[in-house]
Design a protein around this ligand. Structure first.
Ligand code: GLY
Length: 572
């Protein structure tokens, strides 16, 4: 039966009308979610590794709250998940307290004081990507230790000692390597060896089932337990790190550690139907970009769309394309550039941006904006979500940027340093080797924070906590978080079901819809190609790796632990 689908909910006069094949009048989407994930009544931690989730949960079982659990989970990830867990990186935390108040903590890395705009350009003025991604020069001043100590000091209940002892024990007794970990280490072993210049803990042959003990990291953690975060940012340890990083080609000085600051910032908050979405503001693009995409989608009627069908993907693509074009031009460190957040999120502005969308054909990215674009980001980061028995919720995304960061391992301290400097636009205003154009808002400057895509997010529904979520995945983080919210809100999926669904991504430039390798049929890609979309579906491609919690109306907490990794949910 042919029927006319009214695509716009409110704006028929500006909207196109669609003629679609309808299979009948049955409701398209299930009325209640199926719970496929781990469930719990009181508290839950979902993270990239079971040891980290277990340590976070045990903190809450001992009377600690979500902020205590955050402190322990973050450090445990540094022990068991060196791929992205870290002491040598940074992150963002969004929280919602039991009383409904929200906030966010920015512990993003900072450019060293000796950094300058052209530091990654070669003699011909071209971006030398090796320098911004590998070795000492790629490293931003780490924020993780100051971040987790600040969060725990402000809101935590337990002592730092009580939180750190189990993590120190984990580093000493060791953790068992999974198949996925062993595969990744094998992939990066040689570059880690070359960058560090010596054999280290992570350059020997490591097989699934092996136990890795990180005694150097245990010793570093013992010092932080006994002397506090100052031990990282002042004195011997800061001296050692700056000397070591400089010996490896970097420019970080011990004063850069001393001057590192975390910021408590107002999160970005916006409405989408009956949901209130609270996410990270600049220097992450996550909250604003997610708000723009959802603001562009809100006028459309999802009841008439099938999940992941061509029209649905078209709609997401067009909204994503437009939001990422703005992201590239306007966003950077708010302490250095002025960001018109209200205007970027205004419904009138977003409606006008979507006015050029023609459902019969793809909009070309070159017609959306000719403005500058920020640099690319890599895929490796990690996210964890926590709900505690007191009703507090926190959403944390933390990163050393690339897999094993700069590949520079510090054998004395037991961790990898980040390569976050690559998140800056190394060459503003000029296409880089991928044809991308860098934006001045995200140009390198001393003490500046590089633009991020990390999107730790908390969703409330009619005033009640509904979801805590986030993902790794560089520029795909934002669209991954978007798809989880849409899967649950419009398609009534439970959290695990929503996380399991195949995902797509578009980011303006390159003008391509990326699809995960599993779950999208060739005929779907063909139908999009016929409308002028370029598509890409690489083998073994995954998009994002979500660790999330949903609080169902019964009060039950349901986890979404992404099967794309070793991610694990634990609760009680
Ligand atoms: N390093 C990845 C991001 O911050 O988005």
């Amino acid at each position: 039966m042919l029927m006319i689908l009214r695509f716009f909910k409110r704006h028929v006069k500006i909207g196109a009308m669609f003629i679609l094949l309808s299979l009948g009048c049955q409701p398209k989407h299930p009325l209640s979610p199926i719970l496929l994930g781990v469930t719990a009544e009181n508290a839950m931690v979902v993270s990239a590794r079971k040891e980290a989730s277990a340590i976070g949960l045990s903190v809450m079982a001992r009377g600690g709250n979500a902020f205590d659990a955050m402190f322990a989970t973050e450090l445990a990830l540094a022990v068991v998940y060196p791929y992205a867990g870290n002491l040598g990186g940074g992150g963002f935390m969004v929280y919602r307290l039991a009383d409904g108040s929200t906030g966010s903590l920015d512990y993003r890395e900072m450019a060293p004081s000796a950094a300058h705009r052209d530091m990654f350009l070669d003699r011909s003025g071209n971006h030398d990507t090796a320098k911004s991604t590998v070795g000492g020069l790629a490293i931003g001043v780490p924020g993780t230790i100051k971040g987790i100590f600040a969060a725990q000091k402000k809101f935590g209940l337990l002592s730092v000692e009580a939180l750190m002892n189990p993590v120190i024990e984990l580093a000493e007794k060791g953790y068992v390597v999974t198949q996925k970990q062993s595969d990744r280490l094998a992939q990066y072993r040689e570059i880690i060896r070359q960058t560090t210049g010596t054999q280290t803990l992570y350059t020997r042959d490591i097989n699934p089932g092996d136990t890795i003990k990180n005694l150097a990291l245990a010793q570093t953690l013992r010092r932080l337990r006994d002397q506090g975060q100052e031990a990282f940012y002042q004195g011997d340890m800061a001296e050692h790190m700056s000397t070591y990083i400089q010996a490896k080609g970097g420019v970080i000085q011990s004063e850069d550690f001393e001057h590192y600051k975390v910021h408590w910032r107002d999160p970005v908050s916006f409405q989408y139907e009956d949901l209130t979405i609270t996410s990270m503001g600049p220097p992450s693009s996550g909250g604003i970009c997610l708000g723009q995409i959802m603001g562009m989608l809100e006028p459309y009627d999802f009841d008439d769309l099938d999940h992941n069908n061509a029209l649905y993907i078209q709609l997401l693509t067009e909204a994503e394309r437009r939001a990422y074009a703005d992201r590239s031009h306007f966003l950077g460190d708010p302490d250095f550039v002025s960001i018109p957040t209200e205007q970027l999120l205004s419904r009138a502005y977003l409606e006008q941006k979507m006015a050029s969308f023609d459902p019969k054909r793809a909009t070309a990215s070159e017609h959306i904006a000719h403005g500058p674009l920020i640099g690319h980001e890599s895929d490796e980061t990690t996210h964890y979500s926590i709900v505690d028995p007191f009703g507090n919720a926190i959403s944390v995304t933390t990163t050393i940027n690339g897999a094993y960061g700069s590949k520079l391992f510090d054998p004395e301290l037991g961790f990898f340093y980040n390569n976050e400097m690559d998140d800056f636009s190394a060459k503003p205003g000029t296409p880089n080797m991928f044809g991308l154009i860098g934006g001045t808002a995200n140009a390198i400057a001393p003490g500046k924070r590089m633009l991020s895509s990390m999107t730790p997010t908390i969703v409330t529904k009619q005033g009640e906590l509904w979801q805590v979520l986030g993902s790794p995945g560089g520029s795909t983080i934002i669209t991954t978080v978007l798809q989880i919210i849409l899967n649950t809100h419009h398609f009534n999926m439970g959290m695990q079901q929503a996380v399991n669904q195949p995902r797509m991504h578009h980011q303006w430039l390159p003008d391509l819809i990326q699809f995960e390798s599993e779950g999208f049929e060739q005929k779907l890609l063909d139908s999009l190609e016929q409308k002028g979309y370029k598509t890409i579906q690489k083998e073994y491609q995954i998009i994002g790796k979500v660790d999330a919690i949903m609080r169902h109306s019964t009060g039950i907490l349901e986890a979404g632990a992404d099967p794309r990794g070793d991610d694990t949910a634990l609760g009680f």
